[in-house]
Design a protein around this ligand. Structure first.
Ligand SMILES: [Zn+2]
Length: 1035
């Protein structure tokens, strides 16, 4: 059943197939399968026979019937002849098949699932009990293919590699096929084991839900994950390389050696991911893939810094648990800790151990401990001890550095939580941390293993020093501001011209990316002030590396996303920070691509145009609009080079006023056949931020014009505007039931939809809305992601409350925001008066209050502007409206409810003419009501926190008890676990037997039916013969 090119001798030219309806019932017991096919055919010339392609099929029955006639006229073939060489069969009919009739050809047949990886083939794997199981994979469709052979250098002989794609698209698979050929050779050398099969097919399948599936010898991909246009962006090429190579590595690590049980899935996925990076580094050294890796793990570092995270290794009782448990944490943290291990052991030693492991377990099963054991033997290091801490403990550490004197530092490890509120009892975990320290005087990293809470090291603190060289370690580092400044000055400012080569020390782009990402994360968690990150960014303005700029853009976006709903002057000032950084690059690189330009300059140009334009740089916006006009009006493709299509489309839609440009992009989406271009057009629609266009984007995303797999891409960008966020949230609430019913089979869809709809919120109001909405829903399918989102919103709220004022101050001091402006969080701007009411201290007090409430501690005192401690209760600064503008009430931060109770006795700042009393009373009443509500909400929040705390403490108690058990008891626990595991395997075995029995029954039934059909047919044939006989006699 291979897909043959159309030109082959499939059916006679006079017989044209119109539609195939194919049913295959595989029987795993004896590797046969039962096929039934109904082919709608159109006959151009009357005929008695039909020739068909078939290979190793045993035809049981073949009947041609007229499917439009009411009489049900049909004629059964009286003979079948096989031509093995040409792989055809000829059916002969007793009567002529007429041209005018609407024929359907029904054929039933039996085939064998062969082992030659050709047609309908099987591949072998063994289950937990070492029972050999057969994973069947086949694809049927109208495909084109392109073909190439590996060199055979490490495989014994060349391996045939093919890429199949829907007709007309295979040509876009050249890049992936090339990758496949290279990696088949690469992995054969890496593992020292030839590719175990004679061929490798990659198939691009439209609407295939997961990105890719590593079936042995027949890897299936979503079209987008394997097909690519010639001039695609660097990121696209990288994405495809990572996916294709990952799947090919599974042909060894995953298929040749298979996991014992689902609990080991993380190892096989994490390992394939890690291996793909090692391979890309080897195949494309110019890509600087490890910097990319550092960028890619930022998402998982973020997830794993929330209390809702989980360990990499999770016990799995049944496969249905997999989708919810195995997420980015299992895969990417898995890959990261494997990388950390490989750097700690030394990559060559590590790979040597892997080779041993493969040799030992190939054609069989292995588990996580088997791998650690083999590596430990090879390297003579405590691999299990090291890895178990990283894979079984949730979260990861942050190193804080304290400079004790000019030559000594104290390094301390603490659990890192992005909410910043680590409790003492949570902070007792210790990780073995490879410190990898470099200093200005020692360019080669010092390999120190830190396996205690604190450590003292000798370092010259007047010069720069950096931990986690190369960023292979899965942790963050918090430097004192003096040494962060030193690092920023040394590595941020020396990029341009001749100074690049004279750069001191070996700090490559991975380290610079690491500096930025650590600083950004520490700021968001409250371990450092946001201003320290903004200051660090300024040091990078002459940076030239695309990778580093990519990180700058991402981290800045994160900040802007949380600040999005802040008063316009603040958000504009932050955009100005972004504009100044990126416009400089656009000025340097220009808009046009030079002949023979370094590709990374091209990528940097696209990035800079996008972010300067996003920040509203007028020149860039104007140029983008001009090019867009030429592109759309004259269909002048050269007006926007491929790399710039996304930035230009985005800038135009962000600044569009009417609907014309939006409609032009929609038309482009409909007209273009190139998948990447289609996706660009679809993605940018969400940037249009008027209510009308936001609603149109939502409607369009749900329309049949957008394939299910692309819906989320279409709506993801709606989060870039306040309007988009609000509409998306309303949409989700309104249509949740329908969406849920339609997509509850696809948990990834559901998860991501939840993230898109609520993940960007940063206000208490939204937090409560989300809680209220889901409180009435059955959240069991997406419980984990919902909890993660809520924790993320809480993190955003805390960050904003903590640093809102601090950021404003920095923006003022650094000239991005005019001095003297005082901004309330409600959105309006107030001019600060001499009396300084709603003082900084008030604000801090309120933030403090919120912070304490949120983190479960309550504090009733704050420090006023004069540094005098005041009791919050009783002091009143509510009646502080300095003008008759009613908005000054709503724009001022809602004061702590305890302060409001004291009523209307203003003390001090009331010498401004007050508003008419009645009006003010009304305002005060309103405010009081609001505050009452807020207080209730806060109380609820507090109660929840107490509850969480209680649950957490109980959990901790259990953990402690477990840890405190003596060796005897631990052994008992282990034995129990073993027993339980055995039982589980027995159960699994029983289930398998049951399934086999079912198959057997099914097969028997089929055979029985078949027998009946055969008998009937035989009978009919005999009758026919008899009739013929009788007729002959008559004649
Ligand atoms: Zn995988």
């Amino acid at each position: 059943m291979t897909a043959k090119p159309r030109s082959s001798i499939s059916l006679e030219r006079t017989i044209i197939p119109i539609h195939y309806n194919l049913k295959i019932v595989p029987c795993p017991v004896n590797f046969s399968f039962l096929g039934k096919v109904s082919i709608e055919i159109c006959i151009a010339e009357p005929t008695y026979g039909i020739i068909l392609n078939a290979k190793e099929l045993n035809i049981q029955t073949a009947t041609a019937r007229d499917h439009l006639s009411t009489s049900g006229y049909s004629v059964t073939a009286t003979s079948v002849s096989y031509n093995v060489e040409e792989e055809t069969i000829t059916l002969e009919f007793p009567t002529v098949l007429h041209v005018a009739t609407s024929w359907i050809l029904d054929i039933t047949y039996i085939g064998l699932v062969n082992e030659r990886l050709n047609g309908f083939y099987r591949s072998v794997y063994t289950d937990a009990d070492n029972n050999i199981q057969y994973l069947l994979a086949w694809t049927i469709g109208d495909f084109d293919y392109i073909e190439a052979y590996s060199s055979g250098e490490f495989n014994g002989e060349p391996v045939q590699c093919r890429l199949y794609a829907p007709v007309g698209l295979a040509i876009h698979g050249r890049y992936s096929l090339d990758l496949a050929v290279k990696s088949v050779e690469y992995f054969a050398r890496l593992f020292n084991i030839p590719y175990p099969l004679p061929k490798l097919d990659l198939v691009a399948v439209p609407d295939f839900a997961p990105g890719a599936m590593e079936n042995w010898g027949l890897i299936s991909f979503r079209t987008y994950a394997v097909l690519i246009e010639e001039f695609s962006s660097h990121d696209r090429k990288l994405e495809i390389a990572a996916t294709v190579i990952h799947e090919i590595s599974h042909q060894w690590f995953g298929n040749l050696v298979t996991m014992d049980w689902w609990s080991d899935l993380w190892l096989f996925e994490g390992f394939a991911t890690h291996l793909a990076y090692i391979a890309v580094d080897e195949l494309f050294p110019e890509w600087d893939i490890w910097s990319e890796f550092v960028k890619r793990i930022q998402e998982v570092l973020k997830h794993d810094s929330l209390r809702t995270s989980h360990p990499v290794e999770v016990g799995v009782e049944n496969p249905s648990e997999i989708t919810q448990i195995f997420d980015e944490v299992s895969y990417m943290k898995g890959a990261s800790v494997l990388r950390m291990l490989s750097v700690w052991l030394g990559q060559e030693k590590f790979l040597q151990g892997i080779r041993k492991f493969m040799l030992k377990f190939m054609w069989g099963n292995a588990n996580t401990d088997d791998l650690w054991q083999t590596l430990a033997e090879e390297c003579q290091m405590d691999v299990p001890g090291f890895m178990q801490k990283w894979t079984r403990q949730t979260g990861y550490p942050m190193l804080s550095i304290t400079e004790l004197d000019e030559s000594t530092i104290l390094v301390r490890q603490n659990l890192f939580l992005s909410t910043g509120d680590v409790r003492e009892e949570e902070d007792r975990l210790i990780w073995p941390i490879p410190l990898s320290l470099t200093t200005a005087d020692e360019p080669a990293a010092r390999n120190i293993m830190m396996d205690s809470k604190e450590m003292v090291l000798k370092v010259d603190t007047n010069k720069w020093y950096k931990f986690n060289m190369g960023q292979a370690g899965f942790y963050r580092v918090s430097y004192p501001s003096k040494s962060l400044d030193l690092l920023g000055k040394t590595f941020g400012a020396q990029r341009l011209g001749a100074t690049v080569k004279a750069r001191p020390g070996p700090l490559d782009s991975a380290d610079r990316v690491g500096l930025l990402t650590d600083a950004a994360a520490l700021v968001a968690s409250g371990n450092a002030a946001t201003s320290s990150f903004l200051t660090l960014l300024k040091y990078f303005e002459d940076e030239e590396d695309y990778m580093v700029w990519g990180e700058v853009s991402l981290r800045l976006q994160e900040l802007l996303s949380v600040w999005l709903e802040q008063p316009a002057p603040v958000i504009n000032a932050l955009k100005e920070v972004q504009r100044r950084l990126f416009t400089k690059i656009v000025k340097r690189l220009g808009w046009d691509y030079a002949e023979g330009e370094d590709p990374s300059s091209g990528h940097l140009r696209a990035l800079a145009i996008r972010f300067a334009g996003r920040a509203g740089d007028p020149d860039i916006v104007a140029e983008a609009r001009r090019r867009f006009g030429a592109f759309m009006a004259n269909k002048d493709m050269s007006a926007i080079p491929p790399d710039l299509r996304f930035p230009v489309f985005e800038i135009v839609l962000r600044t569009t006023v009417g609907t014309e440009e939006y409609e032009a992009v929609v038309s482009y989406y409909r007209e273009t056949f190139i998948p990447g271009e289609k996706l660009v057009a679809l993605t940018v629609l969400g940037y249009a931020s008027s209510q009308e266009l936001v609603r149109r984007t939502l409607a369009f995303a749900m329309s049949p014009e957008v394939r299910t797999q692309d819906i989320l891409t279409a709506i993801a960008t709606l989060r870039s505007s306040t309007m988009g966020r609000a509409e998306l949230w309303d949409f989700m609430r309104l249509h949740w039931d329908v969406l849920y019913n339609r997509h509850c089979d696809d948990l990834r869809f559901l998860d991501y939809f939840v993230v898109l709809s609520i993940g960007s919120f940063s206000s208490l109001e939204r937090y409560h809305e989300v809680q209220a909405f889901f409180s009435t829903k059955d959240t069991s399918l997406y419980e984990r992601i919902l909890a993660t989102c809520l924790e993320g919103i809480r993190k955003n709220i805390l960050w904003l409350e903590r640093d809102r004022q601090e950021v404003e101050n920095w923006l003022q001091v650094n000239g991005y925001l005019p001095k003297g402006l005082h901004l309330g969080p409600g959105g309006d701007m107030m001019v600060e008066t001499s009396c300084g009411h709603l003082s900084h201290a008030d604000r801090i007090a309120q933030q403090q209050h919120f912070y304490n409430v949120s983190s479960g501690v309550h504090q009733a005192h704050y420090v006023n502007t004069n540094g005098v401690a005041q009791s919050i209760h009783g002091s009143s600064t509510t009646n502080t409206a300095n003008s008759s503008r009613s908005s000054s009430f709503s724009s001022s931060p809602a004061p702590s409810p305890r302060r409001v109770r004291s009523g209307s006795s203003p003390n001090g700042c009331h010498h401004h003419s007050p508003s008419p009393p009645s009006f003010e009373d009304e305002q005060v009443q309103l405010l009081l009501r609001q505050q009452q509500q807020q207080q209730e909400q806060q109380q609820k929040l507090e109660e929840q926190h107490h509850l969480h705390q209680h649950q957490y403490q109980q959990q901790q108690q259990q953990h402690r008890q477990l840890r405190q058990r003596g060796p005897q008891e631990q052994l008992m626990v282990q034995l129990q676990q073993q027993l339980w595991q055995e039982q589980r395997f027995k159960l699994h075995h029983l289930q398998m037997l049951e399934r086999q029995e079912q198959h057997q029954q099914l097969r028997e039934q089929e055979e029985c039916q078949q027998k009946k059909i055969n008998e009937q047919e035989q009978q009919a044939l005999e009758n026919g013969m008899e009739l013929l006989h009788v007729n002959e006699h008559k004649l």
